[in-house]
Design a protein around this ligand. Structure first.
Ligand SMILES: Cc1cc2nc3c(=O)[nH]c(=O)nc-3n(C[C@H](O)[C@H](O)[C@H](O)COP(=O)(O)OP(=O)(O)OC[C@H]3O[C@@H](n4cnc5c(N)ncnc54)[C@H](O)[C@@H]3O)c2cc1C
Length: 509
């Protein structure tokens, strides 16, 4: 079993049986319906079930088949957009709350692992932040001061260490785990508390409750069945029409991030989390292997905007070269995969009440590179909102907050600029120029076509115009998909939608 995100499979699928669940065949009712069985959805469902509520979880794929199955699984309370940035954008008190919430998320994962006896290699570790080559000399000092103002107790500057070898910051009480083992354990604990999980069907629409007419919220699934509930939590991670109230896709940008995995002799690399502040940045950690005396070195980075594949076409090659230089003891590369990260324009996720015309719909998206902790924060925060309790992070993560900063303007300007592709020629003149298992955009008169030649040589032609907001999709050679450079929608080689905000497939042409 593998993630539906793309052609490549992550290391997390090795040696694990992810349980499958039946699709929903008959409409049903529950106190709460959760859409999405990644870490955000399953944590929310588990915590609500622990409060005695009846909860149904729906997912179009198997559990964990979204980005939770493609992560690198650092559990960090050291904010990856930097504390001084969060303080600049949100102020000192909110920077403190941001740290408090991520630290609480790691504590929650640790507690759930202990209480439910989930064996997923959860381990507390130090995290080391190194400056990038073009960073100003005072970067670490500014970050150290901002981290301390945010209430981080266990942080210090070291003279040497980290990825760059020179000065770095050490953050204590970070952690790592095996994300799929954790999700499988969480799903098991949830169903033991009476929770229901149905997979294999897409949710097409979500309607909030209308208390004036005593109408409950409804999730409408493919196949005509529906779940009626007091509350619906949309934890689909990527923006999609079912969670895109108030144009969340304009407030966050989709990026692809790449990971490689290679064995290293145990003890040759320190068991810690490592990050640099380069652009694009790198993130490194170990995962214990069952092989004797070896660990899996997981190295990630080389992020770029979805649908804007670098012209040299070589994120994996660059990542491998960087890794060999830093870790010459590494063996052959065993794993290569990529995944999608939603970068919110102000560095914080969108978690809480979705302000639709109707009520009792909640959303969790905008994970940034910290989606495992953001997803766990979503579980804690949304559970409080549904239970009618106050939560100190409600305003911090409010999905309807207005953002008007330079990141918001430049990401939206970048999206607009992609429409130039409507006027340009095609990448190839003839289908003969497309090798097997590859795709290219071709011009056909006034139209642009997404043309894919499958491994058997058969040609598949679809409109290259994204069904979300009419940008021209681009071929992603790493994951064999058509990716939209404007808002990050993705389609498989035969035009079937893989990821929102688009909901409709690319039409055949
Ligand atoms: C390469 C990479 C490295 C990362 N590294 C880290 C890291 O080190 N630390 C960290 O904290 N975060 C990291 N992240 C981010 C983190 O992995 C994700 O943000 C997080 O897993 C998202 O969890 P989620 O539950 O919100 O979404 P997902 O895991 O994507 O789950 C959403 C689910 O919703 C389902 N779904 C979507 N639409 C529908 C629909 N219409 N109907 C039914 N089901 C639907 C999908 O099938 C999916 O299972 C990384 C991400 C990537 C890609």
């Amino acid at each position: 079993m593998k993630s539906a995100d793309g052609a490549k499979t992550s290391s997390w699928y090795t040696g694990i049986d992810v349980p499958t669940y039946r699709p929903l065949v008959k409409s049903t009712k529950a106190d709460v319906c959760v859409v999405g069985a990644g870490i955000a959805g399953l944590t929310t469902a588990y915590l609500l079930a622990a409060e005695g509520l009846s909860v149904v979880v729906l997912d179009e794929g198997p559990i964990g088949s979204g980005q939770t199955g493609r992560t690198s699984a650092h559990l960090a309370s050291a904010i990856d957009d930097r504390f001084f940035e969060i303080e600049r954008l949100h102020g000192k008190e909110r920077s403190r709350l941001a740290h408090e919430s991520h630290a609480a998320a790691i504590d929650t994962i640790e507690r759930i692992c202990n209480e439910e006896k989930i064996s997923c290699d959860f381990t507390r570790l130090d995290g080391f932040l190194s400056p990038g080559p073009s960073d100003p000399p005072d970067l670490l000092d500014r970050e150290l001061a901002a981290a301390r103002r945010a209430g981080v107790a266990d942080v210090e500057k070291q003279k040497t260490g980290g990825l760059a070898g020179g000065p770095c910051l050490r953050f204590g009480r970070q952690a790592r785990f095996h994300p799929l083992r954790y999700l499988v354990g969480l799903a098991d604990a949830f169903t033991k508390r009476g929770g229901r999980i149905h997979t294999g069907q897409r949710v097409r629409d979500v309607q909030g409750a209308d208390p004036k007419k005593e109408k409950r919220a409804v999730a409408q699934l493919e196949g005509g069945v529906r779940v009626t509930a007091e509350h619906i939590v949309v934890a689909t991670n990527t923006p999609s029409p079912i969670n895109d109230w108030f144009g969340i896709y304009t407030k966050q940008a989709s990026y692809r991030s790449y990971v490689i995995g290679a064995a290293v002799p145990r003890g040759s690399v320190a068991d810690a989390l490592f990050w640099d502040n380069a652009d694009p940045y790198h993130y490194v950690r170990l995962q214990p292997l069952r092989e004797k005396e070896k660990d899996l070195l997981l190295v990630g980075g080389e992020d770029h905007k979805t649908g804007q594949f670098p012209e040299d076409g070589a994120p994996f090659t660059r990542l491998a070269a960087w890794t060999r230089e830093k870790f010459p003891m590494m063996g052959r590369i065993r794993f290569r995969w990529s995944g999608q990260v939603q970068e919110p324009a102000d560095g914080l996720a969108f978690v809480g009440r979705a302000l639709t015309a109707r009520e009792n719909v909640y959303v969790a998206t905008g994970d940034s590179g910290m989606g495992l902790t953001h997803g766990t924060i979503a579980g804690l925060l949304i559970t409080d909102l549904i239970a009618g309790r106050k939560n100190p992070w409600e305003k911090l993560y409010d999905p309807s907050r207005k953002i008007m900063n330079k990141e918001f303007v430049s990401e939206n300007a970048n999206a607009l600029a992609q429409y130039k592709d409507l006027l340009t020629g095609g990448e190839v003149k003839s289908v003969k120029d497309i090798p097997p298992d590859c795709g290219a955009v071709m011009r056909d008169g006034l139209k642009k076509l997404a043309v894919y030649r499958d491994p058997a040589g058969k040609i598949h032609r679809h409109s290259a115009i994204c069904t979300h907001l009419q940008c021209v999709v681009q071929w992603n050679p790493a994951e064999k998909s058509w990716d939209c450079p404007c808002h990050g929608s993705r389609f498989d080689p035969t035009g079937k939608v893989v990821m929102g905000p688009a909901v409709d497939d690319l039409p055949s042409a």
